[in-house]
Ligand binder design. Structure first.
Ligand SMILES: [Zn+2]
Length: 169
């Protein structure tokens, strides 16, 4: 949480500082300026909301979440956003290539902070998504793509459920 207070302070400091970026002291390695650069490189203006949500999303390594999960995190971190803004931001990040949307469960969209192609385990009961280890699967027999098409990517989702405990019916 104290990290988030720092972020808020940094955002406030930047908002009230000179409008020209060139006058700012070089803060290399600062996660916030990294995030700002990352958004700019993806073609997104680094607004306060995008920075706050991006900071929550990308600050904890690779993970998978729904809009509701990110909204809960934002509420806990006292980021003033609506669920609709969270949805919009997730879709903007996805279109910009910063996130990947996973087709797992018809009722909820999951977003992956690692946009590269990889495979997943899906724990159906918990609604939890895990990355499969690199060596977890090999897809070496694919059908021919229909006429005029080529295969753009292959994503495998292995659905898991808990084994029934032995001794109980
Ligand atoms: Zn993943």
């Amino acid at each position: 949480m104290s990290d988030f207070v720092q972020l808020q302070a940094a955002l406030n400091a930047r908002t009230s500082s000179v409008p020209s970026e060139s006058g700012l002291p070089g803060r290399r390695g600062c996660p916030l300026s990294d995030l700002r650069d990352r958004l700019r490189r993806a073609g997104l203006r680094p607004t306060r909301q995008r920075l706050s949500l991006g900071w929550l999303l990308f600050g904890r390594g690779d993970r998978h979440l729904t809009a509701e999960m990110l909204y809960d995190e934002a509420m806990r971190a006292k980021v003033p956003v609506s669920l609709a803004t969270v949805y919009n931001t997730l879709h903007q990040f996805t279109e910009a290539g910063l996130l990947r949307q996973l087709a797992l469960d018809g009722s909820k969209a999951y977003f992956d902070t690692n946009p590269s192609e990889h495979h997943h385990f899906f724990l159906e009961e918990e609604g939890e998504v895990l990355d499969m280890p690199e060596c977890g699967i090999s897809v070496d027999s694919l059908p021919d793509a229909p006429e005029g098409m080529e295969i753009a990517g292959v994503e495998v989702i292995v659905r898991l459920r808990r084994r029934a405990v032995a001794g109980r019916a």
